[in-house]
Design a protein around this ligand. Structure first.
Ligand SMILES: Cc1cc2nc3c(=O)[nH]c(=O)nc-3n(C[C@H](O)[C@H](O)[C@H](O)COP(=O)(O)OP(=O)(O)OC[C@H]3O[C@@H](n4cnc5c(N)ncnc54)[C@H](O)[C@@H]3O)c2cc1C
Length: 286
């Protein structure tokens, strides 16, 4: 286990923003991940665990404790189940399912992020959320240790899970799928990728910035109707293609992101009386 000191967080994540972490570990195995958690607990240090960083914002002041990047990568098919480490990329999970002729995860093709991030936030796209495919997980609960829990433990809702209220670290997860035809699975995967490419602009973004207040009132539509599509504030820009996608145009800070977040919240609330809630995780400095 190699713990780095004063490590720049701005090199990770799809926003590429963030200051120095006092301590940083890239955990390449579940054992290393457990050792890192133990190291922080023994030193009484706060810790923060992340995967790909495609749904978070590190602070400009970094993090006063240990940040762990989960880079674990073991994945195994057992019958109609896939057992994956938290660090496995969603893209890899989808490919492994296809190779094993298992259907149920094609909709996640093109979803950025890791298994751990998806389990944490109940990630979902094209109608399939983590809650629909997750069977169980091995987690580390502070003060309690390692537990095997089934999907109900997470009390899932739309981009909501118990882990947002009672933190725990996902170590491994088990997904339940069904036997399918590889050719059909691949056709569906390709279609999903095309649909995504047509809808989502590319760049330094964390995807949907705000949660949709309801299916009838998606955040992007409200932001658009508030006249903010394409609007820029400092180094941050609201996409002119999808108004719920915000971009770092280069050199943006966390303060810039918070600024555009508050600006959009105010404007949308003024016009529609709806307070948009960020989907993005703001990582505290501690
Ligand atoms: C272009 C683009 C498109 C996107 N499209 C979608 C979409 O269609 N649907 C969707 O749901 N999301 C979408 N997202 C958001 C993002 O992909 C998901 O939220 C994803 O699940 C985040 O995974 P991650 O590994 O990057 O998590 P991170 O950003 O690294 O972390 C996010 C949160 O998860 C927690 N976390 C990460 N790993 C663990 C772990 N092992 N144990 C406990 N907590 C953990 C972190 O602490 C943090 O609070 C998109 C993002 C981008 C950039």
């Amino acid at each position: 286990m190699e713990i780095l000191e004063n490590h720049l967080l701005g090199q990770y994540g799809t926003f590429q923003i963030g200051g120095l972490a006092d301590y940083f570990l890239e955990a390449k195995s579940v054992e290393e991940l457990k050792d890192g958690l133990k190291w922080a607990e023994e030193k009484n240090l706060p810790y923060f665990v992340f995967g790909m960083g495609s749904n978070l914002l590190f602070d400009d002041a970094g993090f006063r404790g240990l940040v762990i990047r989960v880079k674990t990568s073991e994945v195994e098919v057992k019958g109609e189940e896939i057992h994956a480490d938290a660090g496995v990329l969603a893209a890899v999970l989808v490919m492994e399912a296809a190779k094993a002729e298992l259907t149920g995860l094609e909709e996640w093709n093109g979803l950025p992020g890791t298994v751990g991030g998806a389990v944490f936030g109940n990630a979902g796209c094209f109608g399939v959320e983590a809650k629909d495919v997750l069977k169980s997980a091995e987690i580390f609960v502070p003060g309690e240790g390692i537990k095997n829990v089934d999907v109900d433990y997470f009390e899932y809702g739309y981009r909501e899970s118990k882990l947002k209220r009672e933190p725990a670290v996902v170590l491994r997860a088990v997904f339940g799928l069904k036997k399918g035809e590889t050719s059909e699975i691949l056709v569906k995967m390709n279609q999903i990728l095309k649909d995504r490419a047509g809808k989502q602009p590319a760049g330094l973004t964390t995807g949907s910035f705000f949660k949709n207040p309801s299916p009838e009132k998606p955040a992007g539509m409200l932001i658009d109707q508030a006249g903010l599509k394409g609007h820029a504030l400092g180094a941050m820009q609201i996409s002119d293609q999808h108004a719920n996608f915000f971009f770092n145009r280069g050199g943006a800070t966390a303060a810039d992101v918070r600024g555009i977040c508050e600006f959009v919240q105010e404007k949308v609330e003024e016009k529609f009386g709806i307070k948009l809630e960020p989907e993005l995780i703001f990582v505290p400095v501690q």
